[in-house]
Design a protein around this ligand. Structure first.
Ligand SMILES: *Cc1c(COP(=O)(O)O)cnc(C)c1O
Length: 447
């Protein structure tokens, strides 16, 4: 186990009904002052946290299998992150790197060059959010290639800005009614082993993607292909072996920039610094965000120096990008991952989840498949005896879990994948307890 100094006991403890009275009171205020568009998964208002436990305003201790969608990978409120951020906040909070620079920004870029795959010179730009990183990767790839078309995979999630909405696969709820979207964005087939024809290999799936690109876009028109090596919002979809290898070769042969969007799967979450490492592929550009700064807003585009430097000075940037406090927190995250061996901890969590939940597809009629890597798990729910997505079952499981003190996430283009993105510091005991709660819900759905 990592030596994280927890300030809250690592156990589930429910002292009121959920949501409790104080949460319900805050929720009334929320209805009066917050847009309905910012929907919430569980109306339980949080007060503090430590490790894998969140404590709500009514004093309930809740197991967090979501990490605010994969952000607090190193655990909640780690004292080392709090100290690094507080020290920086007392020293300097802003200058704007493109007006007068500071060292933290350089140190984060230096570290990103070291931990991203590829043995060549790499440059970075730091921004505020995942979507902003994806947008910048699009700009950089277009400028470098002189081409306009951008391809993203089916079931992709790349963000909620206008450009990244166009690259995000499903219309509901992310895009509906909010167009028009920019042109020259294409969705191309991916490899989704559970839903592809039985026995389809990664190579065959890649040839299908390539054929689609050739017949719908034209390889010489394509500036960049964006992939999530493990799709997060798409439902923890892990393509078949060989898929990314073949796509990456195709991109190299045709002058297409291969971009790995590692915003959810990167920074130790998958049991490697970056999830593309599991396939041995070296991308031209990588986007990082979510887990990079322990909850502080920070994102990055990192990649081949000649591609990153294709943009004229002033062509990319932004007021808050690479903020001194966020970068101080990121440097503390990088240190913790190395000093506490948190990549190995992510691998331990993977083993513990599979040991406890790996057989659910044979035990429960609504479970079609259990899949995952590191601290990313998906349980695809189906109608018994079929592969037809079962979103009603997912709602029932989420409702039961959250009202019993286990935060879980939804995912998938059909809203039928139960998603877990726990912290690497979650104990085997907490995994067991959370699994017991979820099994009660699965049991109740037995025909
Ligand atoms: C969350 C996410 C984004 C968008 O990041 P924001 O910080 O929410 O803008 C983009 N790509 C992937 C893969 C993500 O998981």
């Amino acid at each position: 186990m990592a030596s994280a100094p927890f300030t809250v006991s690592q156990e589930r403890k429910i002292v009121t009904e959920l949501p409790g009275p104080k949460s319900r009171e805050l929720h009334e205020l929320r209805r009066r002052v917050v847009s309905r568009g910012a929907g919430t998964l569980a109306d339980i208002y949080m007060d503090h946290g430590s490790g894998a436990i969140l404590v709500d305003v009514d004093g309930n201790q809740i197991i967090d299998l979501g990490c605010g969608i994969g952000v607090t990978t190193i655990g909640h409120a780690h004292p080392a992150i709090a100290a690094a951020a507080a020290e920086q906040a007392g020293k300097l909070t802003h200058t704007l790197f493109t007006v007068t620079p500071y060292e933290n920004y350089l140190r984060v870029a230096e570290k990103l060059a070291e931990i991203t795959p590829g043995d060549f010179e790499k440059h970075s730009i730091l921004v505020n959010s995942g979507a902003e990183a994806v947008e910048n990767a699009v700009k950089i790839a277009r400028k470098f290639t002189g081409r306009r078309a951008i391809a993203a995979l089916d079931h992709a999630f790349h963000g909620r800005t206008n450009l990244t909405m166009a690259m995000t696969y499903r219309p509901w709820p992310e895009r509906a009614g909010m167009g028009p979207f920019p042109g020259e964005i294409y969705s191309v087939p991916t490899s989704y082993p559970f839903r592809d024809p039985e026995g389809m290999t990664g190579l065959e799936a890649a040839e299908r993607t390539i054929d689609y690109i050739n017949t719908h876009i034209g390889a010489t028109e394509l500036a960049a292909l964006f992939v999530e090596p493990i799709q997060g919002d798409g439902g923890i979809v892990i393509p078949a072996d060989g898929f990314f290898q073949r796509l990456s070769e195709f991109c190299t042969e045709n002058g297409i920039v291969f971009v790995a969007d590692e915003i959810q799967a990167g920074i130790a979450r998958s049991g490697a610094w970056y999830s593309i490492e599991h396939s041995g592929v070296v991308p031209d550009l990588i986007t990082s965000a979510k887990g990079i700064a322990g909850g502080f807003p920070l994102a990055a585009v990192t990649g081949r120096a000649e591609i990153m430097d294709a943009v004229q000075p002033g062509g990319i940037g932004g007021t808050f990008g690479g903020n001194p406090v966020s970068t101080a927190a990121a440097l503390a995250v990088f240190r913790l991952i190395e000093e506490e061996n948190l990549i190995a901890e992510a691998q331990r969590v993977e083993k513990a989840f599979f040991a406890r939940m790996g057989d659910w597809a044979s035990k429960y009629a609504v479970v079609g498949e259990v899949r995952g890597k590191g601290c990313m798990f998906g349980v695809e729910l189906v109608h018994p005896g079929t592969r037809t997505p079962n979103p009603e079952a997912l709602s029932a499981v989420i409702k039961h879990a959250t009202s019993n003190g286990v935060i879980v996430l939804d995912a998938g283009s059909w809203d039928s994948v139960l998603r877990f993105l726990p912290s690497v510091v979650i104990s085997d005991e907490l995994i067991d307890d959370a699994a017991t709660v979820i099994e009660e819900a699965l049991q109740a759905l037995e025909p």
